[in-house]
Design a protein around this ligand. Structure first.
Ligand SMILES: Cc1cc2nc3c(=O)[nH]c(=O)nc-3n(C[C@H](O)[C@H](O)[C@H](O)COP(=O)(O)OP(=O)(O)OC[C@H]3O[C@@H](n4cnc5c(N)ncnc54)[C@H](O)[C@@H]3O)c2cc1C
Length: 374
């Protein structure tokens, strides 16, 4: 293959978003994916764009999440025009319920600092919640109503990024693993894949939970590791809920086709992504407690996948400090779908010599990269 401007390793929502943004800027791109596009976390996700619900305090990742959430309405139109795929952006909002007074007071604090920043976050008592969503249990003490926290179909978003990137000229190769990396000093000169050698001016590691392994192959230790999430979906009666219902350890997201998606366990089991009875049983019990009608719904499917987590909870993006032509975009843990548009935009801006819309310092590898002792 002819030398490209950029080679991307990993075809999840992060790698495909970067490919899309780069090709929009006229860059020639090759993307390699060891399995199939979206085969792992990116298709397992609930698709929540939970910029407000996911954060107990403000910080640089919160700011980035808000900016990324704002990008979705335009992105939906853009991706539909370029790929013909509807990412199914749904905007009825989210209810973060509390079962105890203690949870309520934590959520009230969250509402306080978010409303002080001008964001909508309203506390509703049990009656008000049930007026809005009558199927939710009356065993709650209330809920925080977050009108701006929305959702998309995660598998469709990933596919749409990939199809749109390919339409703009990206060469996407599935079942193609990057297995070896060639370097001369601070310059990466090529990668060996299971389908042959690739060369580019710039390289991007977007290998999700496997990014730490790739970094080791490059001779550096970066704390990115897998955290398993189990989930299931049911077929429901039409519209038992309109909003996403989110509680401690369980959320229920209404999807097209009268389906409810229920997620997700959080387990540290290395690269073992198998479902367990224990994980499913606990999740099902939490779902029934939250939305009793779910008990009689036929089970549609079950699945599990690996979220890419980091030691300090912040993703990595930006150029790797040990190279002058290798960047990373990995470690988005529970929020990779939400953060995918802004990540694609920032990496594409960086590699196109544009000013990045956000400061990347808090997210670069400077904070952790350690050479692996031989
Ligand atoms: C059950 C569950 C629910 C979730 N719910 C949400 C949610 O509601 N909202 C949200 O924002 N986020 C959610 N997430 C998190 C989100 O799914 C992830 O943060 C996101 O998908 C990470 O994307 P990624 O592209 O970095 O990783 P991945 O999707 O894992 O993609 C990385 C890809 O790189 C490939 N790869 C690795 N090594 C190589 C190599 N050497 N050569 C070639 N290819 C390679 C892998 O095969 C993989 O396909 C959820 C995750 C799980 C598991």
């Amino acid at each position: 293959m002819k030398k490209k401007d950029v080679v991307i390793i990993g075809g999840g929502v992060i790698g495909t978003s970067i490919a899309y943004e780069l090709t929009k800027r006229g860059k020639s791109v090759a993307l390699v994916e060891k399995d199939t596009i979206g085969a792992h976390a990116s298709s397992a996700a609930g698709g929540m764009l939970g910029a407000q619900v996911e954060f107990a305090e403000p910080g640089p990742l919160f700011d980035l999440s808000l900016r990324s959430r704002l990008m979705f309405p335009d992105l939906q139109k853009e991706l539909y025009a370029a790929s013909g795929i509807d990412i199914q952006l749904k905007t009825p909002g989210m209810l973060r319920v509390a079962f105890t007074e203690e949870e309520k007071s934590t959520l009230m604090k969250q509402a306080e600092w978010q409303t002080a920043m001008g964001l909508p976050a309203t506390w509703l008592d049990t009656k008000e919640v049930r007026r809005m969503e009558p199927a939710v249990t009356d065993g709650i003490v209330g809920a925080l109503f977050l009108t701006e926290d929305t959702q998309v179909s995660a598998p469709d978003l990933t596919k749409a990024f990939a199809v749109a990137a390919a339409k703009h000229g990206a060469a996407i190769t599935e079942n193609c693993e990057a297995i070896e990396f060639y370097r001369q000093g601070e310059q990466m000169t090529g990668i060996e894949t299971t389908a042959g050698k690739l060369e580019a001016d710039e390289y991007v590691i977007a290998g999700g939970a496997w990014s730490g392994k790739i970094m080791k192959q490059l001779g550096h230790s970066l704390p990115i590791f897998p955290v398993k999430g189990e989930a299931f979906s049911v077929l429901s009666i039409p519209h038992p809920i309109e909003k996403t219902i989110y509680s401690h350890g369980c959320y229920i997201v209404p999807k097209s086709g009268d389906r409810l998606l229920v997620g997700a366990s959080v387990k540290d089991c290395g690269f073992d992504a198998r479902l367990t009875i224990d994980g499913l049983q606990q999740l099902m019990a939490k779902a029934v407690r939250l939305l009793p009608v779910i008990k009689d719904c036929p089970l549609e499917k079950t699945w599990a996948s690996l979220r890419p987590q980091t030691a300090d909870g912040l993703p990595y993006f930006g150029r790797l400090s040990a190279y002058n032509n290798v960047s990373i975009a990995a470690g988005h843990f529970r929020n990779g779908i939400l953060l995918s548009p802004i990540t694609g935009q920032l990496i594409a801006q960086l590699l196109s010599g544009e000013a990045t819309a956000e400061a990347l310092e808090p997210f670069t590898d400077i904070r952790h990269s350690i050479p692996v002792s031989q």
